[in-house]
Design a protein around this ligand. Structure first.
Ligand code: FMN
Length: 145
């Protein structure tokens, strides 16, 4: 499959998570592109079979968790109808931020696959399993369309 990994990142953690996700998908034989929202290769994204969309956790640690720079995520074109998995980095507590990424994906017209959070000091933990599960789910949705 053609897989686009798109992210928002202020201090680099979500960018690193995006690279890890992209590398895991590439290792499984997929064609992968990884970009921040403002630099997406639109041709690649338009052709992509699935998308990973990621950002950081914005909140007051114990409450009010929301996707960081959600406005920039919402400005992103091109995921209409595409199976899309979310990933979010956080420092201490991410609350239900991943559900709100699902809301963003739905607003963008993407087909929400679910997602997961990654603690910034343990970024690689769980990446491989997350990527395999998301790609499997995307493949099953594509094959039933
Ligand atoms: C304004 C602001 C609010 C934040 N709120 C939270 C929070 O509520 N919970 C949390 O665990 N981390 C919070 N963080 C930490 C970031 O989500 C975390 O460091 C993230 O990995 C940063 O990603 P980035 O390096 O890609 O920008 C906050 C960071 C900022 C700048």
């Amino acid at each position: 499959m053609k897989v686009a990994v798109v992210y928002e990142s202020r201090t680099g953690s979500t960018a690193r998570a995006a690279e890890l996700i992209g590398a895991a998908a590439q290792e499984l034989g997929h064609e992968v592109g990884v970009w921040p929202t403002g630099k997406v290769n639109l041709g690649f994204l338009t052709d992509a079979d699935m998308v990973f969309l990621g950002t950081w956790t914005d909140g007051i640690v114990v409450a009010g968790h929301r996707p960081g720079d959600a406005g920039r995520l919402l400005d992103m074109p091109g995921i209409w109808g595409k199976p899309t998995a979310g990933f979010v980095t956080y420092k201490f507590h991410a609350g239900k931020v991943i559900e709100k990424v699902g809301d963003v994906v739905t607003l963008l017209g993407g087909d929400w696959l679910g997602g997961r959070t990654f603690r910034k000091d343990k970024l690689s933990e769980g990446v491989a399993g997350f990527v395999v599960a998301a790609l499997d789910e995307a493949e099953s949705r594509i094959s039933t369309v």
